[in-house]
Design a protein around this ligand. Structure first.
Ligand code: GLA
Length: 485
């Protein structure tokens, strides 16, 4: 649906700091990839954890992270020593979600902060719009298991707009008749599968689908934040998508505080933009986004067109400094399996992964093709997205018009994820130089994350031959230690 712009609600961080605990230091201390610095120190420091976006408790637990100790990052960039303190103390930290402990089949330790890595899951909007129901959500949750999504790391099952049905006499939100057994029972079902349940609301009187799509029962949370956050917590909700949609930007911190007051860890995802003409990316938003939410939309809605994917990639490309464990840029949900070519779908997934973006599938998981399933569950690409350093990759070279080299530092020493991205209309060779990745110029091993094969050891650079139009080659490059001199 098309939305008209609306004047920005200018809330200064100073004002917010008085009323809402906005951290004025977050933006600067979270400039984790500060130009010119050279001493990464990505580990430790987080056992000073401060209250989180929601439900966080001071000093709850340490963030355990690998450090690429002593290595240079691309282009002379570095992880600032304050970055982890920022991730923990900048307001986006929270205690581990209880669903982690519900997940009996996972041997991994519970994450120490809420949303330490980008959330993975599914959302109803892209395919189903307002046609949401309990039956749909239950069947999609079942498909999360049967189609290998849960095993690949996807956890959230998010019901977007149109689940609500006004308010009762006490002002409490009601779920629609399409959810006959109700949200608590649905949450129990979802949790029983080792999954988590998300809902949608807005800091406005009416939801987006009510304002633009005629969904009359779509009431918003403005002025009802405490009641609604309590309802979400009572129902067992684990994730809230809070979408401005002509609402009030000041309402994002109000809902953050209301969620926090419930004591339930609820991942907080916001869209601070109004339509296409009034975006609010962290580089220019009057809100201090990392202190408010675990993730924030950086652009207008994605659709199934390649051009919209490029638009969001380009809008997100220079926002890498604002991402970190517990707080990520959100270039919107995935459109994989919704009509694009396999090359384009692989490119979409690769770019979202190297940008440390949330991986929220938007297709119908129940009937997706084996090819779509293979893309969405590629463990090696997902590992790039979920790398515990939480660094958003960036463009480090542009060998020719419409050819890009993206790089993302990974845990471990001198390891990089690399996407060689062909945006052009013809296939092309794409070369990557180790120096562009901030690696020593000697030998490095190269692994192809789509063919799942080790390509060998290469000195100084690697050239991928005939990268498909609108396609990628995605690599892991790991420099070999220099031999004795
Ligand atoms: C906005 C959001 C979408 C979706 C719809 C629901 O357009 O950007 O992601 O949530 O509202 O109405």
């Amino acid at each position: 649906m098309t939305k008209r712009g609306q004047g920005r609600f200018a809330l200064s961080c100073f004002t917010a700091a008085l009323a809402l605990g906005c951290s004025t230091s977050t933006k600067t201390s979270d400039a984790r990839l500060a130009e010119g610095a050279s001493a990464p120190a990505a580990a430790a420091a987080a056992d000073t954890a401060a209250p989180g976006v929601n439900g966080g408790q001071a000093g709850s637990s340490a963030v355990v992270m690998s450090s690429p100790a002593g290595e240079a990052l691309p282009g002379g960039l570095a992880v600032a020593p304050s970055s982890q303190a920022s991730a923990a103390a900048g307001g986006a930290a929270g205690v581990a979600p209880d669903a982690a402990s519900r997940d009996a089949s996972s041997a991994a330790p519970a994450p120490a902060i809420l949303g330490a890595t980008p959330p993975m899951g599914w959302n109803s909007w892209n395919t189903f719009g307002c046609n949401v129901s309990e039956a749909l959500i239950r069947s999609m949750a079942d498909a999360m298991l049967s189609r290998g999504m849960r095993a690949a790391g996807y956890r959230y099952v998010n019901i977007d707009d149109c689940w609500m049905n006004g308010r009762d006499a006490d002002g409490k939100l009601r779920w629609s008749d399409n959810f006959p057994t109700g949200m608590p029972a649905l949450a129990d079902y979802i949790h029983g599968l080792g999954l988590e349940l998300g809902l949608y609301e807005v800091p406005a009187d009416r939801t987006c689908a009510s304002t633009y799509g005629g969904y009359a029962p779509g009431v918003g949370s403005l002025g009802h934040e405490t009641d609604d956050a309590n309802s979400f917590a009572e129902w067992g909700i684990d994730y809230l998508k809070y979408d401005l949609c002509r609402g009030q930007r000041s309402g994002f911190a109000v809902m953050r505080d209301a969620l926090r007051a419930t004591g339930r860890p609820i991942l907080y995802s916001i869209n601070p933009g109004n339509g296409q003409d009034d975006l609010c990316p962290p580089s220019s938003c009057a809100l201090d986004l990392p202190s408010i939410a675990n993730l924030w939309r950086i652009g207008f809605d994605i659709d199934t067109q390649w051009s919209s994917w490029l638009r969001l990639i380009d809008e997100n490309a220079n926002l890498y400094a604002f991402a970190g464990p517990g707080h990520f840029n959100d270039p919107d949900m995935l459109e994989i399996g919704r009509g694009a070519s396999a090359d384009e779908d692989r490119a979409h997934f690769s770019l979202w992964a190297i940008m440390a973006a949330p991986l929220l599938a938007g297709n119908d998981l129940r009937n997706m093709s084996a090819a779509t399933q293979a893309i969405l569950t590629n463990a090696e690409v997902i590992a790039v997205d979920q790398d515990p350093l939480g660094i958003q990759g960036r463009v480090v070279a542009t060998p020719a018009a419409n050819l890009q080299v993206w790089s993302k530092p990974l845990s471990g020493t001198n390891a990089r994820a690399v996407v060689l991205f062909n945006r052009s209309a013809a296939s092309a060779d794409i070369n990557v130089q180790w120096t562009a990745l901030g690696l020593p110029g000697g030998a490095a091993t190269v692994r192809d994350l789509w063919s799942h094969s080790d390509l060998g050891s290469f000195t100084g650079s690697y050239t991928a031959q005939a990268v498909a139009s609108h396609g990628v080659v995605m690599l892991k490059v790991a420099a070999l230690p220099a031999g004795p001199s």
